[in-house]
Design a protein around this ligand. Structure first.
Ligand code: C2O
Ligand code: CU
Length: 465
């Protein structure tokens, strides 16, 4: 918590008080059908070390990350979103196979919520797993200011662990006074890797650290909430398994080796603390030149004599199985543009425009030669149809492609289907094909999850009729 409740009462108005009180009184698992306020508002928090000032942020309930919302699978999430920001906003529930009207996308599923206005989000997540929520309006600024939180949907019978930790990774661009650097609309960033920061936090802390007993078993729910940073992660003195990606269980736990978490992606790990007394287990970010310990688990005492046996897979979610791929509807998406790219022109406002003029209008990317959200959907699927989408990243930069309302599988060239995901990293010049069952009616976004890229051209949509 950024500051004490008393301090909070002095600083904040009555709406904020209401919102704080609502969250306070909420016992675990009483979420179903109970309405709680989710108040987007400015706040301050300590991100940087103690010799720096606190950082003004925008956060849900004024905090970063926002409150972790927990429900059991099948229970409803009911949140009255109150916009206490100086500009419109909306909340997107990332990875939830949600009803379209609750998806929180201003151009597509609802009007943006004006300052001081409200919107009632009410939905039942069909799948257990680790999900998250974030602003979907001026995302390149609002998410960078801290508007995100975690949504945990618990399995009816969760795997046995001693403890669970939700670890939200973010990468902030801080100015010298530890304020969030105001270079949100930097076209230079947009044309390159996006808004890469200079200060990495876990749950808002520079070094996240919790005492852990030897042979204690933890479930780690990792979320990458950064605007652009791709985290290459390794575990040290923590041994275990990846049990879910982007919320969806793997059919079998996979030994946790190096793990890449692109913006928007999540991973659930079950790990055992194998370090000895006085040592520490670590979650390490492999930077280009240097490694950084993101989370430390210093060992104190011993939970048991030896490690527990390997965990069982998590129970599967009710995601429909892919239909016959040879009969699937097929579409292609060419991703073009960016610095050092080959794009010379693209369509904008109904005419062909050269890259210079495109840049003048804040567009540096194109999907299928179009540098803006199209009027017509990329594809229209009938409900229940299996769709194959071939994507080609024809640029010099990696992109994290996110599909709304559905999970998909990457299809390898030999036809093998990968794990269910909602966000897929395509490296420079990489191609990938995804397939999904279009079973969720409505209009859905497909975009790069680096918000600087999506605002400057990497955004399209599809329809499930
Ligand atoms: Cu998490 Cu359209 O985004
Ligand atoms: Cu991108």
């Amino acid at each position: 918590m950024p500051h004490s409740r008393r301090e909070f009462l002095h600083r904040a108005g009555s709406a904020a008080l209401l919102c704080q009180t609502g969250a306070w009184m909420l016992p675990a698992h009483a979420d179903d059908r109970r309405e709680v306020i989710l108040h987007a508002r400015p706040g301050t928090t300590r991100l940087a070390p103690a010799d720096y000032p606190e950082t003004p942020i925008w956060g849900y309930d004024g905090q970063v990350p926002g409150p972790t919302i927990r429900v059991r699978q099948g229970e409803r999430v009911v949140r009255r979103f109150v916009n206490g920001l100086p500009e419109p906003s909306a909340v997107h529930w990332h990875g939830i196979r949600i009803e379209n009207s609750m998806d929180g996308v201003p151009e597509l599923t609802q009007p943006a919520v004006q300052p001081d206005a409200e919107f009632l989000y009410d939905f039942a997540p069909p799948d257990a797993g680790t999900y998250w929520y974030h602003s979907h309006h001026r995302t390149f600024e609002q998410m960078a200011r801290g508007l995100y939180g975690v949504l945990v949907v618990e399995e009816p019978e969760p795997p046995e662990v001693d403890r669970e930790e939700v670890l939200v990774l973010d990468d902030w661009r801080l100015a010298e006074d530890a304020s969030i650097h105001d270079s949100f609309g930097s076209l230079h960033d947009w044309a390159h890797a996006g808004r890469i920061g200079n200060w990495i936090t876990v749950n808002g802390e520079g070094t996240w650290r919790r005492e852990t007993a030897r042979h204690e078993r933890l479930r780690l729910r990792l979320v990458n909430a950064a605007n652009a940073r791709i985290f290459s992660l390794v575990l040290k003195q923590l041994e275990g398994w990846v049990v879910a990606l982007d919320g969806q269980p793997l059919p079998a736990p996979q030994a946790a080796g190096p793990l890449v978490l692109a913006p928007g992606q999540r991973a659930d790990l079950i790990v055992d603390a194998t370090a000895g007394e006085g040592e520490e287990g670590l979650l390490v970010f492999r930077g280009r030149e240097q490694d950084f310990a993101l989370a430390a688990f210093p060992i104190r005492g011993r939970a048991r004599e030896a490690r527990l046996p390997a965990p069982q897979p998590l129970p599967p979610n009710p995601v429909p199985a892919l239909g016959d791929l040879s009969q699937a509807r097929r579409e292609t998406l060419r991703m073009d543009g960016g610095a050092m790219g080959r794009m010379r022109q693209a369509m904008l406002g109904g005419r062909m425009v050269g890259v210079r003029e495109l840049a003048g209008q804040g567009k540096v990317w194109a999907f299928n030669g179009l540098a803006e959200m199209p009027d017509a959907p990329l594809l229209t699927a009938s409900r229940g149809e299996t769709v194959r989408l071939a994507m080609a990243n024809d640029s010099a930069w990696p992109h994290a492609m996110h599909l709304h309302g559905h999970h998909f599988r990457a299809i390898a060239s030999d036809g093998a289907a990968g794990p269910l995901r909602d966000t897929l990293l395509l490296d420079r010049d990489e191609t990938a094909e995804i397939a999904f069952v279009a079973d969720n009616p409505g209009d859905w976004l497909l975009h790069c999850h680096m918000p600087g890229h999506s605002i400057s051209g990497m955004k399209t949509w599809f329809r499930v009729a």
